[in-house]
Design a protein around this ligand. Structure first.
Ligand code: PBG
Length: 330
């Protein structure tokens, strides 16, 4: 490599004008890269505030459709739907997850009818529906892996039938991608994409999400550490991703995002598969609240998302998707 010596080389030359900086920019962010997570609930009010997530609401179905229309206008082509289920409908077996008239199935159908072009992503996990708040079945005080797999395969099928383009298992049971892929293939859903939350860590950054979907009180002091990953590990993340690819995942995701970009980089470099990042609720809220208070400039949000791209993310799930897309459009 040539010697890079001052003053032959002056790196500030290409930083001197805004247009120059754009020309030499190594990464770009556009609405093509952004996926908006949306919370829905069976409620009279069109939107209900989520106090721990500034600027984010729980929507009823009419409001979900209105929001989706706005997102499409801003160039956002994918949404991920998360339900807050009424406590009366939660039980140990998560039976409401298998009711084809539940709010998620209704939302997926309604979205498909109104906006056939949008990509809808449906989470597969039992936690919105269990009264203990866990992602799997609790049997003899433990989350039972193999019994849970049968339910996840069934849930994935119901969501595909309702019109989900992408099925996103977020439960971290071993073998769930294979169980879901087998169930989809044998029921002729050969084009349904599996976006696997492949490296999902047991993280305190999920706190505001659990407020939003109302699972925090169900979970109480119980942790998800027997199925979600230990945040000290990275080799294990590669292992998780390899298994999910072998089992039939089309896209893999790392979660949380911003604090785990070393994991994103390692996975993208090793597997060269579509790799998504989830900037999770706590990561969003830290920035959104500081922006709201005037402690951080609002550009910090774009910066954090660009860092995800620089680490190797092909797309980002972020609660800031709408806001950022509208800034990019102006
Ligand atoms: C549940 C699920 C969680 C998130 C997405 N799906 C929470 C959890 O695992 O407890 C977190 C998303 C966020 O914090 O924004 N299966």
């Amino acid at each position: 490599m040539a010697n890079r010596i001052f003053p032959t080389t002056r790196l500030r030359r290409s930083r001197s004008k805004s247009f120059l900086r754009d020309l030499v920019a190594e990464n770009k962010l556009s609405s093509d890269d952004l996926i908006q997570p949306l919370f829905i609930a069976d409620q009279k009010e069109s939107q209900i505030d989520i106090p721990s997530m500034p600027g984010i609401y729980r929507h009823n179905l009419d409001s979900l459709y209105a929001e989706t229309e706005e997102l499409l206008k801003l160039g956002i082509k994918a949404i991920a739907i998360f339900p807050a289920i009424h406590p009366d409908k939660k039980n140990p077996e998560a039976s409401h997850a298998f009711d084809q008239t539940n709010i998620v199935c209704n939302a997926l159908q309604g979205i498909k009818q109104r906006f056939p072009e949008i990509i809808s992503i449906a989470d597969v996990a039992l936690d919105p529906y269990t009264d203990h708040g866990h992602d799997g079945l609790l049997i003899d005080g433990k989350i039972n892996n193999d019994e849970t797999l049968k339910l996840l395969a069934q849930q994935a099928l119901i969501l595909s039938e309702a019109g989900a383009d992408i099925i996103a298992p977020s439960d971290m049971m071993d073998g769930r991608v294979k169980a879901i892929r087998d169930s989809l293939e044998s029921n002729n859903f050969v084009d349904t994409i599996i976006l696997s939350y492949a490296a999902k860590y047991a993280s305190s950054f999920y706190g505001p999400f659990r407020d939003a979907v109302g699972s925090a009180e169900n979970l109480g002091n119980s942790s998800k550490k027997t199925y979600q990953m230990n945040f000290s590990n990275i080799d294990e993340a590669l292992h998780e991703v390899e298994m999910d690819i072998n089992e039939g995942a089309d896209i893999v995701m790392i979660k949380p995002g911003t604090a785990y970009l070393d994991v994103v980089h390692a996975i993208k470099s090793k597997f060269q598969l579509p790799t998504f990042v989830y900037q999770v609720s706590g990561e969003y809220s830290m920035l959104a609240l500081s922006i709201e208070k005037g402690w951080l400039d609002k550009n910090v949000m774009l910066e954090s998302l660009m860092c995800c791209k620089r680490a190797g993310a092909d797309a980002i799930l972020t609660y800031a998707a709408k806001q950022i897309a509208s800034e990019l459009n102006t």
